[in-house]
Design a protein around this ligand. Structure first.
Ligand SMILES: [Zn+2]
Length: 394
């Protein structure tokens, strides 16, 4: 019978050994070493993954993946802890992993990279065709059983999308298919799309052995749309069981999508003159606000929107301030990074000659967690915040 004595497995199998068995080259004798992150969900262009052989830990500054030798195998191969231990203890070789080469490195071996991974080509496929791929993918993610699965995930977080979906007349959430790692790719092939088109839409990656795999797996899917209402990309919230997998995954840059330009807007109703734009830190937060507003019949009053995280580019600010002349509410999470972001956003708004409010989310809460328990009464927190002109003085 296989042993599950973690301490003895860690003692017998160092991180250095396990990393070497995945095919990453590490020069002998180093104690700390940086490589391009090999996690399946992290398209790492700068080496962000630190390997610490002194204490057998790894940590990625890009996606947050971290852990010990066992967790390395769990995360890299997306296997359970039991399977990971089985792999470590067996004498068979691990499959070679795929990472990007480190740009400019003279000796390819030091890059730790054996295979190159192909991402979207911005010249190859037209934007119309890329949008057609994305629309087909969304009709798969957001239909039937997968739509229900996405809804179920949100129900678990007390985000009840029924009223919002009735209002917008289509699904607002979906889920990735289960089974093989190329399930979406196969479906898109059946619908007449070729592999290049799927890669160029940011939905699959190809390694140099020609294998093509879905980028989004085990994820709740939210569509990012452009001003015409066309799907241009996705945000995927991980809901699988593995450690070290990034919680949120955005599409990589494609001819249709760029995370520093596109914004997530869960609903686009006609806004009342007194409406407020609400800038959130997370897509789920923006969705939660739209959901509560729709359930309360107040969608015309609230226009929640989110970039990908706290960084909002000039192009995104142009869109945000241009959406509506009304009040802009800065609604980052109720924690230290969120407060810092609100302050930074206040200064940007001031430079653009606009005043706003800083939403009063209680310490430790984000809009989604707060509204989950407060319902539409919680929307008041959007209306009673500090004026940004006061916030910037703090
Ligand atoms: Zn990473």
């Amino acid at each position: 019978m296989m042993s599950l004595d973690f301490a003895s497995i860690r003692a017998q199998h160092s991180l250095a050994e396990v990393v070497a068995r995945t095919g990453l080259f590490v020069p002998p004798g180093v104690t700390d070493y940086k490589v391009c992150c090999p996690m399946p969900d992290h398209d790492d262009r700068n080496p962000s993954m630190m390997l610490h052989f002194g204490n057998d830990r790894f940590h990625c500054f890009g996606c947050g993946a971290h852990g010990d030798a066992i967790q390395w195998v769990e995360s890299v191969y997306r296997v359970s802890v039991v399977e990971a231990i089985g792999m470590i203890e067996s004498s068979t070789a691990f499959p070679t992993i795929v990472t990007r080469p480190i740009a400019g490195a003279r000796d390819r071996r030091i890059t730790g990279s054996k295979l190159k991974c192909e991402g979207p080509d911005l010249e190859r496929t037209s934007i119309e065709r890329v949008k057609a791929v994305l629309a087909e993918a969304w009709s798969y993610y957001g239909f039937g059983r997968l739509h229900e699965e996405g809804r179920r995930y949100l129900y678990g977080r007390r985000i009840f999308v029924d009223a919002l979906e009735a209002e917008v007349g289509e699904p607002v959430v979906g889920h990735t298919p289960h089974g093989s790692a190329d399930r979406l790719v196969s479906r898109l092939r059946q619908r007449g799309f070729n592999d290049d088109e799927v890669v160029d839409a940011g939905l699959a990656r190809r390694n140099d052995r020609g294998q093509i795999i879905d980028v989004f797996r085990d994820r709740v899917m939210l569509p990012v749309k452009d001003a015409d209402g066309d799907v241009v990309g996705f945000v995927g919230r991980y809901d699988g069981k593995h450690h070290g997998v990034p919680k949120y995954l955005n599409c990589t840059k494609t001819v249709a999508y760029e995370k520093s330009i596109n914004l997530y807007r869960p609903s686009c109703p006609t806004l009342a003159p007194t409406a407020r734009i609400i800038l959130c830190e997370g897509t789920i937060d923006a969705l939660a606000i739209a959901v509560v507003a729709a359930s309360a019949g107040r969608s015309a009053q609230f226009a929640p929107i989110a970039g990908s995280g706290l960084a909002i580019s000039d192009a995104q600010w142009d869109v945000i301030v241009g959406m509506h002349p009304g009040m802009i509410v800065l609604s980052a999470d109720g924690d230290a990074p969120g407060r810092k972001a609100n302050l930074q956003w206040s200064l940007t708004l001031a430079k653009r000659g606009r005043e706003g409010l800083v939403a009063a989310w209680p310490e430790g809460e984000d809009p989604a967690s707060y509204l989950a328990w407060q319902g539409d009464a919680g929307l008041a927190s959007i209306s009673v915040g500090l004026r940004t002109s006061e916030a910037t003085l703090l």
